[in-house]
Design a protein around this ligand. Structure first.
Ligand SMILES: Nc1nc2c(ncn2[C@@H]2O[C@H](COP(=O)(O)OP(=O)(O)O)[C@@H](O)[C@H]2O)c(=O)[nH]1
Ligand SMILES: [Mg+2]
Length: 211
């Protein structure tokens, strides 16, 4: 039934005008730490850029050339739910090198930095790269081993590059989701044209508000 004691619309204007620190109306609470995991070139760094700039790749002037993330890159990203309800979440996003077999990898050798107080792990693969989906098994296993277990972890599976043709059987994605019960959500996005990004942002903001 509708709840007439609360009229959220009335506070919408004040919410949009305030900064993220304002707890009014349960908009933004603390900062949530997120680890972005996945093979090289699936679009981890790009996703952070797109969330931060609020524009898909094709609408930005930055070049699309690939720069390998050497070790780790940490960004604070404010995500606003589209549709302008003023709901907002602040996320500390940890973007790590895609190659797990480097002599020093932040997940193994600096696991507190990468994984300490992480609540959400984005497991990213690219639609045109079957191997990147298969590689996620290794990421999950290393993350589970290195995580100290103090904060509950959940995985979010993300297929990026949905603008490109998918070169794998959709059944493999389903199989991954079924075999990994810690995976609580799945999104298909394109950092290139922005498809699915709004949905993912809404999920993030909603999730941050529920904490
Ligand atoms: N077609 C397409 N290319 C993308 C998309 N997202 C990222 N890229 C490109 O993929 C390459 C690798 O991206 P990057 O973010 O560096 O990958 P990372 O190694 O996982 O951090 C870059 O050239 C990006 O421009 C996408 O959604 N579609
Ligand atoms: Mg990168």
């Amino acid at each position: 039934m509708t709840n007439s004691t609360n009229s959220p619309q009335l506070t919408d204007e004040s919410k949009t005008a305030t900064t993220a620190r304002t707890p009014s109306g349960g908009t933004t609470t603390g900062v949530m730490k997120i680890l972005v995991a996945g093979s090289g070139a699936v679009g981890k760094t790009t996703l952070l850029r797109v969330l931060k700039d609020n524009k898909p790749l094709e609408m930005t002037t930055i070049t699309n050339e690939y720069h390998r993330t050497p070790f780790l890159n940490i960004e604070t990203v404010g995500v606003e739910r589209i549709g302008g309800t003023g709901s907002r979440g602040i996320f500390l996003m940890v973007d790590v090198a895609g190659q797990l077999d480097l002599p020093i990898h932040v997940l193994r050798d600096f696991s507190t930095l990468a994984l300490g107080s992480v609540e959400i792990v984005l497991l990213m693969f690219a639609a045109d790269n079957l191997q990147s989906l298969l590689d996620l098994r290794d990421w999950v296993s290393i993350i589970k081993t290195q995580h100290n277990g103090r904060t509950p972890l959940q995985f979010v599976l993300i297929m990026n590059k949905s603008d490109l043709s998918m070169n794998m059987d959709a059944g493999l994605v389903k199989q991954f989701l079924e075999s990994e019960p810690m995976t609580t959500a799945y999104f298909e996005v394109s950092c290139m044209n922005g498809q699915g990004i709004g949905e993912f942002k809404s999920w993030l903001v909603k999730h941050a508000a529920e904490q």
